[in-house]
Design a protein around this ligand. Structure first.
Ligand code: NAD
Length: 494
């Protein structure tokens, strides 16, 4: 049984600066480990801030030319990039799966969602995003949407292809030059995407990659020539990036962690709900910001929990659920389960006892799906992001109590309701604080052109990251007021 295709030999990641692959001098090198097997699949340089400086210098000339290249011309390269993504879809899917611990289908799905954002970016050329009006006789005001210049994206481990593609296709089509700092845990897919951007014909310097961690991030946040920074990752780092970036006069949008509520009421369809809840909490082994992690059981929903437990117990780890990113995360998940148990929760399904089949995977980071029952509101298991395949069931008597629980959360990414009643669905949709709402959908990711973004500690900054939100974030409105003739009827303006 083969769960994943690993690189044939460890891949040596390099930075992409001024259109050339380079190895930073003196940088420490980190091993990239397969979450499935524990073996070394790559090496990544941990760049210093000086590498960011080099990347900005390498982008400066191209950035000015690119910003003033007509949008239709810029878009042609993105068409070519889309073709290359299609052509290399399976290879990219394997690469994302291999380094992030996903199943192949999940790796591939992430690339497909990235392609959807590319398609939105391709459509910007046909949107009327400017505007002009005669504001006084013979005087015209015009809106012109322009790229910002050099911008940056900092991304997490859990979607090696999708999350970066939430950012750079829209940014680049709008005339920006994009500097990407991928997660040091998943740098291999990043290099492959960099190769495809070069092959698509983007001018050297329009797309750059600097690998590393905090030092490279700080280099980005403090660089005066980087105009905007998008970040996706955990909430403490999102808050740090937002605060430090805005202190340095940057436009910053920083998406953080989550604790998403799945509200289940007695009238919900048993099959649709149990499957929806299962898929939400075990997809990507619970390592996604849209994973449902608290099931709020309103009244008596024992019949639905029973079916959910049956389905959860039947999950085969490996073929049906991927691995955890690293040993440290695996330890944190096991600790969170133990802490909940000590706090009085009942471990209804215990993933700690599940093992993956096959000697090749014995050193991987595996845990099975876990359901905790009787979780107390306010306890750690009901509030903290575990970022693993763990579902906490909190029981409440009424729908109003379910909403009150959702309001207590520090996060605000997603909230779903499972019901056959339109009134119940509307009650939740209009009252929940979360930025993204699901109705009988456990992973309510908005599809393009609808923008992606949560609220509270799931997002620092304004606006959203994809769709029309992306156009707003990666561009500035220039306001032009013009007159060509002397007017006979003067007013304060003309
Ligand atoms: P992380 O915060 O550890 O890392 C994200 C990025 O920040 C990486 O590029 C990393 O190198 C960098 N980084 C790490 N520590 C840093 C520091 N001290 N200073 C500066 N930069 C630092 O997140 P992760 O573990 O890679 O990803 C998982 C987290 O991302 C989860 O909390 C998940 O909910 C969140 N996430 C959120 C969304 C969303 O859309 N809201 C999407 C995906 C993931």
């Amino acid at each position: 049984m083969s769960l994943v295709q690993l690189p044939k030999a460890p891949f040596a990641c390099k930075n992409l600066i001024g259109g050339k692959w380079t190895t930073p001098v003196g940088a420490s090198v980190r091993e990239v480990l397969s979450p499935h097997t524990g073996e070394v699949i790559g090496h990544v340089p941990m760049s210093a801030a000086s590498e960011v400086e080099r990347a900005v210098l390498g982008a400066r000339e191209a950035a000015e030319l690119w910003r003033t290249t007509p949008m239709k011309e810029r878009t042609q390269r993105m068409f070519r990039f889309r073709e290359l993504l299609e052509k290399n879809l399976d290879e990219l899917g394997h690469s994302a799966a291999a380094e992030a611990g996903k199943m192949f289908a999940e790796g591939r799905a992430g690339v497909l969602k990235g392609i959807e954002v590319v398609e939105f970016a391709l459509s910007i050329q046909n949107l009327d995003i400017g505007g002009s009006l005669e504001v006084s006789r013979g005087v015209f005001c015009e809106y012109r949407r322009e790229g910002l210049g050099i911008v940056a994206g900092i991304t997490p481990f859990n979607f090696p292809a999708m999350v970066p593609m939430w950012m750079f296709p829209i940014a680049v089509v709008l005339g920006n030059s994009f500097l990407w700092k991928p997660s040091e845990k998943v740098p291999i897919t990043a290099c492959r995407l960099g190769e495809l951007m070069l092959e698509a014909g983007f001018p050297e310097g329009v797309f750059s990659i600097v690998h590393g961690g905090k030092e490279a991030v700080d280099g980005i946040l403090e660089h005066r020539d980087i105009r905007a920074v998008a970040f996706v990752g955990s909430s403490p780092i999102a808050k740090y990036v937002y605060e430090r970036g805005t202190q340095h006069q940057k436009r910053v949008l920083a998406l953080g962690g989550a604790k998403n509520h799945l509200i289940v009421v007695p009238d919900a369809d048993v099959e649709l709900t149990s499957q929806g809840v299962l898929d939400s909490f075990i997809g990507c082994a619970g390592q996604r910001c849209m994973a449902g992690s608290v099931m709020v059981a309103v009244g008596n929903v024992d019949h639905i929990v029973k079916r959910l437990v049956e389905k959860t117990e039947a999950v085969v780890v490996g073929p049906q659920m991927g691995a955890i990113i690293d040993r440290a995360a695996l330890g944190r998940i096991a600790e969170a389960i133990a802490e909940a148990e000590q706090g009085g929760a009942k471990v209804i399904v215990d993933g700690r006892t599940k093992r993956v089949e096959g000697a090749a995977y014995a050193s991987g980071n595996w845990i099975g799906p876990t359901i905790l029952g009787g979780v107390k509101p306010g306890s750690s298991a009901s509030r903290k992001e575990i970022f693993g395949p763990v579902l906490s069931i909190v029981s409440v008597p009424t729908l109003a109590d379910a909403i009150a629980l959702e309001h207590q959360s520090a996060y605000g990414n997603a909230c779903s309701v499972f019901t056959t009643s339109g009134a119940v669905a509307e009650y939740v949709a209009s009252r929940a604080h979360a930025g993204m709402i699901g109705i009988n959908v456990g992973v309510p990711v908005p599809r393009e052109p609808f923008s992606f973004g949560g609220s509270q500690e799931s997002k620092f900054g304004h606006g959203d990251i994809t769709g029309h939100g992306g156009i707003e974030f990666w561009s500035a409105l220039k306001k032009i007021t013009r007159k060509w003739q002397i007017q006979s009827d003067h007013n304060w303006m003309s």
